[in-house]
Design a protein around this ligand. Structure first.
Ligand code: FAD
Ligand code: DLZ
Ligand code: SF4
Length: 506
């Protein structure tokens, strides 16, 4: 049985598959479509990619049993669909690859009873770092740091290493060069798009009919849904965007949804692209002099470093990780996350882009929607549910550590050393959102003050018992303590009024 994010020909469950003997099962199941209210583009992407993958296996000679969502006999769950297929084909055993979510692994452990045949769960080998290797690395460390993990991965894989075992360019990390704002005049890379074929069009109709109320639009669906097109997307990125990826990695620009980002995460996570091939292509571009090292190292670090690191933490810490809430945050997510009007232009732009594309780039997720959720004290489980629902690349193994660890500090600093809390100044420096906003990013209190400003100071004041002793926050607490009492009271007062008026309606 192959799940919707296991669409790789090299997946372990297929490693010894014999077209003469074995039957491959794929199933569109209602449970997977509603454990969170997924963006319609995410559902359409997964279904279309599943259907194309099934067709490719059939063309190879495999007998594929594909259960569609609208099949009247569909029972709506992985386990019961496996049981039905086992009975249908008189199968003697089943083989699956370890899933990407703890929820599914937990259910999988009951599949032998449900299907009444042995079920072999094989390791997912599509990652650089096997789970036991990560566990061994993390053992005994009270706090983990991505940078050290990343260096081990560089050494272990030889990626961007020279013949003497040293990092190429003499440094592990070129981040200091990667914080430029986008200048007013800069040529943007051309967009990559794939026009929907007949299979995708059929899926789009199905999803439109079945999920009319989910947040997000299906209009303009142009994602790749096959491995071949995902490889074209990779080549397009390497040619057009990688050379400037590093420089503008942290930038945001109104009207430019993708800037120099790759938008490869949907393909990597669903199995249409292999992370090794992606890192190799980027390294080759550097070795051929087609892209600078700050760009290539920065890009590879996201995949060889962050992507592997968050997966390791997820499987090390689940299921408890999903319940972490170190800062005791309890507020419901305001309706603006689901498209309710807001005067805060940065939030409006990022949420609207999410509604249109089911994609936003990292800094938008971290420093706009994430930062706001942190500053208002939104309940981590609700924030996690939002991210899992609205992004086309979202599976819990990668979403949850980013939300609970990187954004909300809900894990108390296990994944990252401090919360990424920031005032409007950061957004102003890295984007042009503030120029088009009704609030004034230079003001901290008063009717036109940017909410990120008073919320930021209010967050620091309220969370001082938890955060003041953090060495990395010492400077900011020192400046907070220099603030005069009157200003501090005005900030707290305005933040209380603002928070009191936030509504969950949309
Ligand atoms: P690029 O900027 O081109 O980066 C290249 C690749 O690096 C990405 O495709 C991705 O595979 C990997 N990558 C980059 N940053 C991270 C990271 N922090 N963690 C893991 N992989 C990373 N990424 C997901 O794939 N799925 C998610 O559900 C997800 N949820 C997120 C939630 C929050 C709150 C935050 C802050 C980040 C989240 N990310 C998630 C990470 C990152 O935002 C996306 O991977 C990235 O925006 C995808 O767009 P891209 O392919 O253009 O990325
Ligand atoms: C996300 C998703 C959705 C919406 N639908 C399906 C589906 O119908 N069938 C399927 O096999 N997979 C689907 N997926 C992806 C799964 O949720 C994913 O494989 C698990 O969460 C494990 O990561
Ligand atoms: Fe966002 Fe504040 Fe800038 Fe408006 S002024 S765009 S709310 S940071």
């Amino acid at each position: 049985m192959i799940l919707g994010d296991q669409l790789s020909r090299g997946i372990s469950s297929l490693s010894d598959a014999d077209p003469k003997r074995d039957i491959v099962l794929l199933a569109e199941v209602a449970d997977e479509t509603r454990y969170v209210p997924h963006h319609p583009k995410k559902i359409a992407f997964i279904f279309s990619a599943m259907r194309h993958f099934a067709a490719e296996l059939r063309a190879e000679g495999f007998k594929v049993d594909y259960v569609t969502l609208d099949d009247p006999a569909n029972t709506g769950a992985f386990g019961s669909e496996l049981a039905r297929a086992v009975a249908r084909h008189g199968a003697g055993s089943a083989v699956v690859t370890h899933p990407g979510e703890w929820r599914v692994l937990h259910a999988m452990q009951g599949w032998e009873d449900e299907a009444r045949v042995p079920v072999e769960i094989r390791a997912d080998e599509r990652f650089f770092c096997a789970l036991p290797q990560f566990r061994q690395w993390a053992e005994g460390r009270r706090q983990l740091r991505m940078e050290f993990f990343y260096r081990e991965m560089r050494r272990g894989t030889g990626i961007l290493m020279d013949a003497d075992g040293e990092p190429v360019g003499g440094r592990w990390n070129f981040d200091a060069e990667n914080r430029k704002a986008v200048p007013a005049r800069l040529d943007m890379p051309p967009a990559f798009f794939v026009s929907p074929d007949a299979v995708t069009k059929e899926v789009l109709s199905l999803v439109a009919a079945r999920f009319p109320d989910n947040f997000g639009t299906l209009e303009g669906f142009d994602y790749a849904v096959t491995a071949a097109d995902a490889r074209r997307a990779l080549a397009h990125f390497i040619d057009h965007a990688l050379p400037s990826f590093g420089d503008y990695q942290d930038a945001m620009r109104q009207g430019e949804d993708r800037l120099f980002h790759s938008v490869l995460s949907p393909y990597l996570n669903a199995g249409l692209l292999d992370p090794r091939a992606v890192c190799e292509a980027a390294e080759t571009a550097w070795r051929q002099g087609l892209a600078p090292l700050n760009a290539v190292e920065g890009f590879i670090r996201q995949i060889l470093g962050w992507r592997e690191y968050v997966r390791g933490i997820y499987w090390l810490k689940m299921p408890d990780y999903a319940h972490t809430n170190r800062l005791g945050a309890y507020r419901s997510l305001p309706g603006l996350y689901w498209g309710a009007p807001t005067g805060m232009n940065c939030l409006h732009q990022c949420v609207d882009q999410t509604r249109r594309l089911a994609h936003a780039h990292h800094i938008q997720r971290l420093m706009v929607t994430g930062n706001f959720a942190l500053l208002i004290g939104a309940r981590p489980s609700e924030v996690a549910e939002w991210y899992l629902a609205v992004y086309i690349d979202a599976y819990e193994w990668v979403e949850l550590p980013n939300v609970h660890g990187m954004v909300l500090y809900a894990d108390g600093g296990y994944l990252g050393s401090k919360p990424y809390a920031a005032s409007g100044k950061y957004i102003d420096r890295m984007s042009d959102y503030c120029r088009n906003c009704r609030y004034d990013v230079k003001q901290t209190v008063g009717p036109r003050a940017c909410p990120f400003n008073f919320l930021y100071w209010n967050f620091l004041i309220e969370n001082a018992p938890q955060l003041r002793s953090n060495q990395r926050m010492a400077m900011i607490y020192a400046s907070m303590e220099r603030m005069d009492e009157v200003k501090r009271a005005a900030i707290q007062d305005q933040a209380a009024r603002f928070l009191g008026e936030l509504t969950t309606e949309y």
